[in-house]
Design a protein around this ligand. Structure first.
Ligand code: P6P
Length: 340
């Protein structure tokens, strides 16, 4: 029976046997997230057929227009997680403040932060999009409602992080600190089945992913890195291949499997872009936990992403993430230690 299909639930139970200190809370939490992912996947894949495309007519805390699926995915995740009794608070990229757990639900020992549908500007053109999530143990005492302090923990305190990519297939990729594992949704019986056990990112890749339209707004070090990456030099495999989907989960997932670096630096296009566009809690931290567990690296150009102590729920950070050697080369240029 050992070669029986290894579903997400079965795999988590196997993992819990390996780590007796793990409580059943992960099984419940990941099952709630997996359920939400299945529901979101169904509606993403049906989006062209029913009236769920297009804009919701609302904006999020960043002033970005919310797609109908953004709002739908956020609602599905909140409902799926709120009633499981494992959380004491939540936060979402799509919601301005802390999301409390309903009074009638027992408070759990964890908090969950998530980007319910990242890349949603790509929904209407059928480009892969994703859900990103991150779980922490609460740090405030007692068993009352969670506080902002429970949500503003540095990334190294994460106990679980993952993403779902809604692409040619729907995949859930997660880590609890003992490796990175990928599960592909088999829609015929609605289960996530282990398809990528113990994912490791190549130490060096041939891909760089960045939106070069901001080139003129970058600092000198970032421009030097791009000039270096594009310069032909067969001795070290340059020029690198430029691959940019404009959907973070899709760009990250490709680089995780093939090797490479994703870059979203700060720029001088406007004051609110000095730290780039991506959010520390909902995007950078979970993907940084995953990439480090896969042997890669994630920094803001100077500091390890997971060491950054958040000041607010929606703070942004520059993000350089992927193959370790590629990130270290980019850091050297950004810090002015290397010239093209
Ligand atoms: P730009 C999508 O809107 C997103 O948040 C990420 O998924 C993606 O990596 C990034 O923004 C793309 O931003 O400025 O290149 O359009």
């Amino acid at each position: 029976m050992s070669n029986f299909v290894r579903t997400l639930n079965r795999f988590i139970i196997e993992q819990e046997r390996l780590y007796p200190e793990a409580t059943g809370a992960f099984t419940a939490l990941l099952s709630d997230i997996a359920l939400a992912a299945k529901i979101i996947s169904y509606h993403v894949n049906k989006a062209g057929l029913v009236d769920i495309l297009g804009q919701a007519g609302t904006t999020n805390v960043y002033g970005e227009e919310q797609a109908k699926l953004d709002v739908f995915a956020n609602d599905v995740l909140v409902r799926s997680l709120a009633y499981g009794g494992k959380l004491c608070a939540m936060a979402s990229e799509e919601s301005e403040d802390l999301i409390p757990i309903p009074d009638e639900v027992p408070m759990g020992k964890y908090v969950c932060v998530f980007d319910p549908l990242d890349g949603s500007s790509n929904i209407d053109v059928n480009v892969s999009i994703g859900t990103i999530f991150s779980i922490f143990r609460r740090v405030t005492p007692g068993d009352g409602p969670g506080q902002l302090e429970d949500l503003l923990q540095p990334g190294y305190a994460q106990v679980c992080a993952g993403y779902v990519i809604y692409g040619s297939s729907t995949m859930l990729v997660y880590t609890t600190g003992t490796g990175v594992h990928g599960f592909t949704l088999d829609p015929s019986y609605g289960e996530f089945v282990l398809s990528h056990e113990n994912i490791k990112i190549p130490s060096k890749g041939k891909i760089y992913s960045v939106n070069e339209s901001y080139y003129d707004y970058w600092d000198e070090g970032m421009r030097n890195y791009i000039r270096w990456a594009k310069k032909a030099d067969p001795s070290d495999g340059r020029p690198l291949n430029s691959r940019y989907i404009g959907s973070l989960v899709a760009d990250f997932h490709r680089n995780l499997l093939k090797g490479g670096i994703f870059l979203y630096p700060g720029d001088n296009k406007s004051p609110d872009r000095r730290k780039g566009k991506l959010r520390l809690l909902y995007e950078a931290n979970p993907l940084a936990f995953i990439v480090e567990q896969a042997g890669g690296k994630a920094s803001d150009g100077y500091r390890r992403i997971l060491d950054i102590k958040p000041d607010s729920l929606h703070q942004r950070t520059p993000l350089f993430i992927g193959s370790r050697e590629d990130v270290e080369i980019a850091e050297a240029f950004i810090q002015g230690k290397r010239k093209p």
